[in-house]
Design a protein around this ligand. Structure first.
Ligand code: GUN
Ligand code: FE
Length: 426
């Protein structure tokens, strides 16, 4: 697969939260999967690279989904009249338990991976379930897809009910170690393990302590859920009477950033100022999941405050509490809930602009994967080619205006081409 080429088209990417760079009829150079930059005129040194001509189409970085659940895709959009804990017990735990059956898992994970392959995401951080064979199967399928992802086998040794609970902390630890060894033997190039305690109510102190040690010795990132729902938060206070806050309950086990290892915490809707300080100190990536937070009536995360205070922030679809795999939709939802927050909660919290939401879905979340989410020189070359001609006749709008319309209107079928680290997916 050739990974050095030039793309011609209408280029658009974020340089920072405030700065969007656009080039009409520009050239993007990809060399061995790495961007060499975006140019108005093609530098001579690249003149013999293959030219892929996407003139008049919008060329943007691949989108990043920092939080979603593979085994929840097949029933997304169900039980949306419930709040988190009832939704978990009524739909999620019974459905996830079915992934014990590898045929069932194959059927559902195949469709899931096909769907995300067609979606605007090029990078994802995915929760699997607690089942080892099904988690390896999902990782095999992700590797085959060409997308780059972290996938976590979920740990849960309490409060999962009869069908979705590991026998003991020891059992959960042993399965985790077996999973990590199996992953090592597979030698994946694009699919990486991430330690995944479901949330505090699912994991005993003994399990959290052991997972923390595993994370340190294997040098792995962590993902989990934090401060999503008020009933959940009260439950965590009961379960961890010695902790100062929900975030502190993770930090006591060194599950937030530690030894330079990264952490993603999904939701952070009800994060207190002290928790926010802790998340900032530990360089935790907050995965903002506005679709899910609305569906489960969880609340509105204070995103403007997080941005003003310099937290690391990206977007998550949180399928299946989120009902769509599109990070374009997550951008729209993030803008819309930020307007409601401004109108109803805090008139000092300026609503997000389309440009800022685009930043969150590209550079913001991209940082979790390293140099990602921009076409600046040295960034990994993840790229989407969008044909927006059906809703933005290109003579009428400038590139920034077209981008806004793409965010609101684009469907998977408007994506003409998708590249991940220079590799063409379609
Ligand atoms: N908290 C613990 N598990 C889950 C889950 O599967 N989805 C959501 N939205 N929150 C959770
Ligand atoms: Fe989630």
């Amino acid at each position: 697969m050739k990974k050095s080429f030039v793309i011609k088209g209408d280029i658009c990417y974020c340089q920072s939260l405030e700065n969007l760079l656009t080039i009409k009829d520009g050239f993007l150079v990809c060399q061995d999967g790495i961007s060499q930059g975006a140019f108005a005129n093609l530098p001579d040194q690249y003149s013999d690279f293959e030219l892929l001509d996407f003139s008049n189409m919008l060329i943007i970085p691949g989108l990043v989904d920092l939080h979603l659940h593979g085994p929840q895709n097949h029933y997304k959009g169900l039980g949306m009249d419930l709040e988190l804990l009832d939704w978990l017990n009524t739909y999620t735990f019974p459905e996830e338990a079915k992934f014990k059956d590898l045929d069932f898992a194959m059927d559902k994970y195949r469709l899931f991976v096909e769907e995300i392959k067609r979606s605007p995401s090029t990078r994802l951080s995915i929760f699997a379930s607690l089942h080892l064979p099904a988690t390896i199967l999902l990782m095999d399928l992700m590797e085959e897809s060409g997308l780059i992802s972290y996938v976590g086998r979920v740990n849960m040794d309490r409060n999962g009910g009869a069908d979705l609970e590991e026998d003991s902390a020891e059992d959960s630890v042993n399965t985790t170690l077996a999973w990590l060894e199996a992953v090592k033997a597979k030698g994946y190039e694009r699919t990486f393990p991430i330690i995944t305690p479901r949330f505090i109510p699912s994991c005993s102190d003994q399990l959290m302590d052991s997972l923390s040690k595993i994370r340190s010795s294997y040098k792995l990132p962590v993902q989990s859920h934090l401060s999503e729902n008020q009933g959940e938060i009260l439950w965590v206070q009961d379960l961890c009477p010695g902790s100062k806050s929900y975030a502190d309950a993770y930090d006591q086990f060194k599950m937030l950033g530690f030894q330079g290892l990264k952490t993603i915490m999904a939701h952070c809707v009800w994060t207190s100022p002290e928790e926010e300080e802790l998340l900032k100190d530990k360089d935790v990536f907050v995965a903002h999941c506005p679709d899910s937070n609305t569906n489960l009536s969880s609340g509105i995360a204070p995103i403007r405050r997080f941005l003003d205070n310099g937290l690391k922030l990206g977007l998550g679809t949180d399928v299946g509490a989120g009902s769509s795999l599109s990070i374009f939709k997550a951008m729209v939802d993030a803008i819309q809930v930020s307007k409601m927050y401004w109108r109803l909660v805090d008139q000092n919290a300026k609503a997000l602009s389309a440009k800022e939401a685009f930043y969150l879905g590209t550079l913001g979340g991209g940082e979790f994967f390293g140099k990602l989410g921009s076409f600046a020189e040295g960034y990994e070359f993840d790229c989407l080619v969008v044909d927006d001609s059906r809703f933005s006749p290109w003579s009428e709008w400038n590139i920034e205006e077209r981008l806004e319309r793409v965010i609101y209107l684009a469907q998977d079928s408007d994506l003409v081409s998708k590249f991940v680290r220079g590799r063409k997916i379609f």
